[in-house]
Design a protein around this ligand. Structure first.
Ligand code: IDP
Ligand code: MG
Length: 141
């Protein structure tokens, strides 16, 4: 069944000029891009996006990093998009990520790990609506 997920090419990905390479891998894996934009999150918006992690030791650093430069949120669609995208990007820490995954190949460390992916279809809906209105989501037809 077709499903949606939210990806974010994080500020490290943008700074390293890797956006094209990462998007090529995402498209090659069968994901359709329904929506894409470049945004600079403030500390407030980054803090709200990652509110579920508030209070964790890495939260302040995460908010700092995600607001340190522009990022590229994308609404993606594919059968089993949420799980398949998590498998494509690999574990949070590139040291633990499987060979051939995006984080294994490109991420520097557990914090600066190139890309975000939603962890459930429910959260994907919430996260997509954080960045996109329904009319900004377009099928490739
Ligand atoms: P995920 O991105 O693989 O879903 P989460 O546990 O949801 O991982 O954490 C959100 C983001 O917070 C991670 O992608 C990473 O950027 C950062 N993060 C998570 N755990 C740590 C940590 O132990 N040290 C530094 N940064 C972390
Ligand atoms: Mg997560």
């Amino acid at each position: 069944m077709k499903e949606r997920t939210l990806a974010i090419l994080k500020p490290d990905c943008v700074r390293k000029n890797l956006t094209g390479q990462i998007i090529a891998r995402i498209e090659a894996a069968g994901f359709k891009i329904l929506g894409i934009k470049k945004v600079r999150m403030t500390k407030e918006t980054a803090g709200a996006f990652y509110a579920v992690h508030k209070g964790k030791p890495f939260y302040d650093g995460l908010v700092e990093f995600m607001s340190s430069g522009p990022c590229i949120p994308m609404a993606l669609e594919k059968d089993n998009a949420v799980v398949d995208f998590r498998n494509l990007i690999g574990a949070t820490d590139p040291k633990d990520a499987a060979p051939g995954t995006i984080r294994k190949d490109y991420a520097d460390n557990k914090g600066e790990n190139i890309v975000h992916g939603s962890d459930s279809p429910e959260n994907a809906k919430i996260e997509i609506s954080f960045f996109f209105s329904e009319k900004e989501l377009l099928e490739n037809l």
